[in-house]
Design a protein around this ligand. Structure first.
Ligand SMILES: Cc1cc2nc3c(=O)[nH]c(=O)nc-3n(C[C@H](O)[C@H](O)[C@H](O)COP(=O)(O)OP(=O)(O)OC[C@H]3O[C@@H](n4cnc5c(N)ncnc54)[C@H](O)[C@@H]3O)c2cc1C
Length: 461
């Protein structure tokens, strides 16, 4: 492609800013990033409280976050945050140690079986499901893999493997089919409580591409990265280091694609581009209180875009930042496994104490309030449930200081995944001078979205 091509990038989160960085590295310097908010980072939002930054969005990474590491190297920063640690409670607020055989004598047979199944899954993923862990979803529904390796070289790889079609199944069915049901006890912690939905509704491909074997083991061993100034700092730094920082407060009213050009009406003026990369939501069912819109509301969407993007759903994931009295401050972060089921929708699943050396910092809480087959729990109801749960956990909040319900982890369900949703969308890349990136194209974490932008640039520019 002509290196002078004029590229508009919608969204100044990890996907959009990484797209800018990778384009620049490939010699494309004529890009513009439009961000609707007055800050960059998107769902990496790290506000300040009592002089320190806490996390309303993304919290952690793992050592295989190669694209995030690219951004770190580009900016000369590193993951210098507080060490993570956690413990477990049951729904009544008692501390438990679910994986400790000595504390669960009656559960020893189950724990031993689980350990065997974890080993088995590791072997199956290496052999039967070879190619499962590539970034993005190209070919999976057709029994192929086609992408970039998740090893340090990140070279392109492709091949056929009909077994990969199993990844279209909901994760719980995938586990049953492979006789590894018990591994869900381990995978659920960094999946459901992190807002990515329930195993009976989410295709295995999402679960295993994010929590590939190595990554899941890093969570188990708490071999994780955090950033002292928050995850937002990575993207703020990247924004400062790229040649064209995001234009904040950009209200995009209209996007029209005609005659090989893209016309973007932003803050009342029309701008002309040759190509557009969209990392903002492609479709949002219903309306959202925060005014976030799907692309289909301001683009001249075509029939194929409309049909495919209307299949996208997302998670209703709520975060509260609360103060507690010092004597009520939790001594560590807690997972509440009993609350990670569709039956306990709306309840507190995990709460995070970020700073261990002080009790004057906030605790953040996490809850889901939508399951595919159940009515959505209203925001205020869920908020009250979480505050009540904190009392049950013996860590009552004295004050809520920040809150948001975020458009999170857009995805498609198993039927659409199996019907080739991803291959159809991938075939549309570039068709209307438009490229689709961001969470839905890979997975809802910092690294998968940034890595997808890297690959998009390598594949098409
Ligand atoms: C509570 C929470 C915890 C998380 N924990 C982790 C974690 O520990 N580790 C991890 O890796 N990830 C985590 N994530 C996920 C991670 O933050 C996201 O997957 C990642 O930020 C996605 O990047 P993105 O650029 O695709 O989208 P976003 O971060 O959503 O960025 C999209 C950007 O586009 C902008 N935008 C939207 N619409 C428009 C428009 N019409 N015009 C212009 N701009 C627009 C938005 O304002 C936003 O800045 C977490 C997220 C949340 C909410």
């Amino acid at each position: 492609m002509d290196k002078n091509v004029r590229i508009c990038i919608i969204g100044g989160g990890p996907a959009g800013l990484s797209a800018g960085m990778y384009l620049e590295q490939e010699g494309y310097e004529n890009y513009t990033i439009l961000e609707r908010l007055d800050r960059v980072g998107g769902k990496c939002w790290s506000p300040t409280y009592n002089g320190r930054r806490y996390e309303m969005g993304a919290i952690m990474g793992v050592p295989s976050y190669y694209a995030v590491h690219d951004a770190e190297v580009f900016c000369g920063i590193t993951h210098d945050g507080p060490k993570l640690n956690r413990n477990y409670k049951n729904g009544r607020g008692d501390v438990i140690e679910p994986f400790e055989p000595k504390k669960n004598i009656f559960k020893i047979p189950r724990l031993l079986k689980m350990k065997k199944q974890i080993k088995l899954l590791g072997e199956l993923l290496e052999t039967k499901y070879k190619g499962y862990d590539l970034n993005g979803h190209r070919g999976v529904a057709e029994g192929r893999y086609d992408g970039f390796a998740v090893t340090p070289g990140r070279e392109p790889v492709s091949g056929t493997n009909p077994n990969l079609k199993d990844l279209c199944l909901p994760f719980s069915e995938f586990c049953k089919k492979n006789g590894v049901e018990l591994i869900q006890d381990v995978w659920i912690g960094p999946f459901t409580s992190f807002g990515y939905g329930y195993f009976d509704e989410i295709p295995a491909a999402y679960v295993l591409k994010y929590l590939d074997f190595q990554t899941c083991m890093n969570f188990v061993k708490i071999n994780l990265w955090t950033w002292k100034n928050g995850t937002q700092y990575i993207w703020e730094q990247l924004n400062e280091h790229i040649k064209h920082p995001a234009r904040l407060n950009s209200n995009i009213e209209k996007v029209e694609r005609r005659d090989g050009k893209v016309y973007v009406t932003v803050n009342g003026a029309v701008e002309e581009y040759d190509k557009i990369i969209i990392t903002a939501p492609l479709h949002i069912p219903g309306t959202r209180a925060d005014g976030q819109k799907g692309m289909d509301e301001y683009f001249d969407v075509r029939e194929d875009e409309k049909e495919l993007f209307s299949k996208i759903d997302y998670e209703r994931y709520d975060v509260l930042a609360v103060e507690t009295r010092p004597e009520d401050h939790p001594e560590i972060s807690y997972y509440v496994f009993d609350n990670m089921t569709p039956q306990t929708l709306g309840h507190l699943m995990v709460y995070y104490r970020r700073w261990k050396d002080t009790k004057d910092q906030v605790i953040t809480t996490y809850a889901l309030r939508k399951h595919k087959d159940r009515p959505e729990i209203p925001y205020e109801t869920c908020k009250q449930m979480v505050l009540d749960d904190l009392k049950t956990m013996h860590n009552p909040a004295s004050n809520v200081i920040n809150e948001w319900s975020v458009y999170y982890f857009p995805h498609v369900f198993s039927e659409d995944y199996a019907a080739g949703w991803y291959d159809k969308v991938e075939a549309m890349q570039g068709k209307y001078d438009t490229y689709y990136a961001g969470e839905v194209m890979s997975f809802g974490d910092m690294d998968e979205t940034a890595e997808y932008s890297r690959e998009l640039v390598k594949r098409f520019f």
